[in-house]
Unconditional design. Sequence first.
Length: 136
Amino acid sequence: MPDGTATAHLCRPKLATTLSEGYRLDQLRKDATAALTVAIVALPLSMAIAVASGVSPDRGLYTAIIGGFLVSALSGSRFQIGGPAGAFIVLVAATVAKFGVEGLLLTVLLSGAIVAGCVLAALLAVLQRTLPEEGE
């Protein structure tokens, strides 16, 4: 049975790996340029999604900023981009129209709980492979 050490690094956010390996000023400049490019596209799009959903544009900005930071901090790749997608306008607007903003919030929270459950199950699987069995 594999001990899990070959895949243990996959559960570590890339931010932690990058900082532990050393993060240089030239990398910060490149990452800041990339972040500015993504923000130029993501912020107006998030405001458009908010307006199309019947809420104020500031809610779209908060969502894009908080979500962008979370995806960037917790992702498994230095090259992953997190931001709004235009196709979500249809889904978000339909959910708000049928269930209101509270229904949308509940949908997002339940989706997050499902994702967290999947992550927990994967973490438990890795721990099960790494921890010794009884009697060993």
